[in-house]
Design a protein around this ligand. Structure first.
Ligand code: 2NL
Length: 367
């Protein structure tokens, strides 16, 4: 091929490459021009940026047609070489400028769009987290616990499923006692029982810690009652125990009295009525002056001025002996009462089952 024809041929090729670039690049120009008018989303712009990158490599890279053409410059006749070189150079610089302008515009847009996406308005009011609150039984239990802690008592807890030994024998409850009846106590198929009072916790504690001891045991207990307004097969109880040298019934009366004064106000009076429990001797039931009418008589105390709360007494010597404590050296008192009933009275509930139904409309009133 004569030299002149070949030169023409290369020039044509160069112009074709340029034209092909312009054609394919048109799309980038069009899309980039709509960036400011909101016609392109961030993810579209990010996609376009990747495509532009690939396009640039294909058009200006080592294996591009442009780069192949540049290698031909040396083969051009000396007199035409400068002109051809200039042509190639101007094509290349045109391509590079356009690519870099578009790249810059895209980069600026992506940067701004990302900043906008990630921005937070720190002056906006916060969304208040939904706060939980304590169950009314927990509120009452904590109030009781705080009082006894202030009197030097520790709070103990233990298992809810027990052997007959802890539930009955250790408490001096005879084999034929009605409390042991499967009609009254929940038994498992292998002879364990759901505890029917938290005295079990106190037996464990005396075994583990020895004496002297001052403790309360709040917790769930279980009895086979048919549920009604005042009964539930699972309820909550607090039992207290104090064993030391020289403990008398006066300490019992003083402690129960102080507890009730802290619970219901300094004017609260306490009275004991003789009673019977297998695990205490002597035993008593205790009442306190109605916190609603101050002992005058109202609907809550059924006109008597007194509210019956629980039972108490001096720990039976048999109970002490069972846990290897010498009743000649140590004496103690114990008491027990239901938290549920106390809670129901304090909040004026007419049905104890409200405390176990987990009806949010009821519970939310204690927020
Ligand atoms: C009641 C009566 C009472 C006790 C619980 C007790 C515990 C030990 C030894 C002796 Cl380890 N007694 N507890 C004593 C008297 C009464 O509860 O009416 N509870 C609801």
């Amino acid at each position: 091929m004569p030299q002149g024809v070949q030169n023409e041929e290369l020039k044509l090729q160069a112009e074709q490459i340029h034209k092909a670039f312009e054609q394919e690049f048109e799309r980038f120009v069009r899309l980039t021009s709509t960036l400011t008018t909101g016609g392109v989303s961030l993810s579209e712009a990010e996609g376009l940026f990747v495509e532009l990158d690939e396009f640039e490599k294909r058009v200006t890279g080592k294996k591009s047609e442009l780069s192949a053409l540049k290698k031909m410059v040396g083969r051009i006749a000396a007199e035409d070489r400068a002109a051809f070189g200039q042509l190639i150079q101007s094509i290349e610089s045109n391509i590079r400028t356009k690519l870099s302008d578009t790249r810059q515009a895209l980069e600026a847009f992506i940067e701004a769009a990302r900043t906008e996406r990630d921005r937070i308005d720190v002056t906006l009011p916060g969304t208040r987290p939904k706060e939980g609150h304590l169950h009314p039984l927990t509120l009452v239990r904590q109030k009781i616990e705080n009082i006894f802690v202030s009197l030097g008592y520790i709070i103990e807890g233990d298992r809810e499923i027990e052997t007959d030994f802890y539930n009955f024998d250790a408490l001096n409850i005879p084999a034929a006692h009605p409390a042991r009846d499967p009609q009254d106590t929940f038994y498992t198929t292998d002879g364990l029982a759901l505890r029917s009072q938290t005295s079990t916790v106190q037996i464990h504690a005396m075994e583990r810690r020895g004496v002297p001891i001052r403790m309360i045991a709040p917790g769930r207990v279980f009895r086979r009652d048919t549920p009604d307004a005042t009964h539930n097969p699972m309820f909550f109880q607090v039992e207290g125990l104090c064993v030391d040298r020289g403990i008398t019934m006066a300490h019992l009366k003083g402690t129960v009295g102080e507890f009730l004064r802290q619970m219901y106000g300094p004017g609260t009076k306490t009275r004991f009525r003789p009673s019977y429990f297998p695990f205490t001797e002597p035993s008593a039931e205790f009442d306190f002056t109605c916190f609603k009418c101050d002992g005058i008589g109202c609907a809550l105390c059924k006109g008597t001025g007194w509210i019956e709360l629980g039972g108490c007494g001096m720990v039976h010597p048999n109970v002490l002996r069972t846990v290897n404590i010498d009743p000649e050296e140590f004496t103690g008192f114990a008491f027990g009462f239901g938290i549920d009933r106390m809670c129901a009275m304090m909040f004026g509930l007419d049905d104890i089952r409200l405390l176990f139904e987990n009806d949010i409309r009821f519970l939310e009133q204690f927020r």
